[in-house]
Design a protein around this ligand. Structure first.
Ligand code: EGV
Length: 400
């Protein structure tokens, strides 16, 4: 129990989910918390935003299905997904990828009580699955890549986030082939969250072709929400296979009729712009922000955890004699800087993330630099203060 005078305890902080911390970061201060893009629009993106009144009129006139198929094709073909089931009725558009995730969770719970889920990953994925009554089994990334995870019989589905959040790990093409063959052979559904794939070309091999060729039952969740600074105007796409026997159409229709055709038209324009220059600009910004972060950490007690990652978030590892992630998070929030402690990503074993925090990189270069400098200063201060306390204690004990 928390009393009003003492405020939240460490245990309360551990119990908080990541999105509640991201919500606090929206109140003001320096926000390198959530994975949503918050940098400036590029010039050509600004032109698209300026054309929204025209797109509104176009959306009013045209047939929805045509607008939707166009947006899905523009976006998915632009990131290598030529086998995506556009126009088949097995690809629906949702307000967000989390809505697609919840529909998937509900459908999977019809089939099985147990799911194998990549560990670590963003905590709303395990939370949504658990919310639909599923029991989860954590599986490390390397076991998924090997394609032969050791699973008890009652596990009816495997869920993979690739590129993974927050690690940036990517399931390779051969890894997916092995995993899909394993799922086909053992009668399990293979579900994938590929929300960050537009940021990493290593994740842009044609996932759909491999899944269909494997013969397994599959579900894929895609997202436009990590790419463009469009104030939460975005869509999640939910796709499934020809022989995927899950009530996805029904559960989708329980949630919504359709997303806005205005947003879909905007996505078409942004995807076309992305194919021309937008993805190069985006990966350039993310790369230069990751390099700036690495530069500031260089020679400090803090390390970049995943130097090979390409996605728009970066983990950093804190030294053993520094603050743990929860303590650093609290110190930084008091100072008006919002990062995420990595404990909750390790949804089955929070302790595994106690030395890591995550910084968002889809920000202006200035924001990332200021956040990185603040983090390093706070860690150094903590170490200095601990040394000082140690000296004081030693001197005191000598005097007694
Ligand atoms: C990230 C938060 C939820 C999620 C943030 C995210 N949304 N909980 N529906 O979009 O990495 O910060 O993915």
């Amino acid at each position: 129990m928390t009393s009003a005078s003492t405020g939240p305890t460490a245990a309360d902080e551990l119990a908080r989910n990541l999105t509640s911390m991201e919500t606090d970061a929206l109140l003001g201060g320096l926000n390198v918390s959530d994975g949503h893009p918050r940098m400036a629009l590029t010039d050509t993106q600004r032109e698209i935003v300026n054309s929204l009144p025209l797109l509104f009129d176009e959306a009013e006139k045209r047939v929805f299905e045509e607008i939707e198929a166009e947006a899905q094709a523009a976006f998915l073909h632009g990131i290598g997904q030529h086998g995506a089931p556009v126009g088949t009725g097995r690809l629906v558009s949702c307000y967000s990828s989390s809505v697609a995730m919840d529909i998937t969770a509900r459908a999977l719970a019809q089939r099985t009580g147990h799911i194998a889920l990549v560990h670590p990953t963003f905590d709303n994925i395990p939370d949504l699955l658990k919310g639909r009554g599923l029991t989860l089994l954590p599986v490390p990334e390397a076991d998924l890549e090997r394609g032969e995870p050791d699973l008890p019989d009652e596990v009816g589905a495997v869920f993979v986030t690739t590129p993974n959040n927050p690690t940036g790990w990517v399931l390779s093409e051969d890894g997916l082939r092995r995993l899909a063959a394993f799922c086909a052979r053992t009668g399990r559904v293979l579900a994938m969250d590929t929300c960050f794939r537009a940021q990493d070309t290593r994740a842009q091999y044609d996932t759909y072709r491999i899944l269909e060729e494997s013969g397994t039952e599959w579900v894929v969740i895609e997202d436009t929400g990590k790419l463009w600074p469009t104030l939460e105007l975005k869509a999640g796409f939910l796709a499934w296979g020809e022989n995927t026997d899950l009530p996805l159409t029904e559960y989708f229709s329980d949630v919504l009729l359709s997303v806005s055709p205005l947003i879909l038209l905007m996505i078409t324009k942004l995807a076309e712009d992305a194919a021309r220059e937008g993805y190069t600009q985006l990966s350039g910004l993310i790369r230069s922000n990751r390099e700036a972060l690495a530069g500031i950490l260089d020679g400090s007690p803090v390390e970049l955890t995943d130097p090979d990652a390409r996605i728009s978030v970066a983990r950093i590892t804190l030294p053993e004699d520094g603050p743990d992630a929860a303590a650093l998070y609290e110190t930084l929030v008091r100072d008006g800087t919002h990062v995420l402690p990595c404990g909750p990503f390790h949804w089955a074993r929070q302790e595994d993330g106690r030395r890591q925090v995550r910084l968002a990189l889809a920000r202006s270069g200035g924001d990332v630099v200021r956040a990185a400098e603040t983090v390093v200063a706070a860690v150094r201060e903590h170490i200095e203060a601990a040394r000082h306390d140690h000296r004081v204690t030693t001197t005191e004990s000598r005097q007694h």
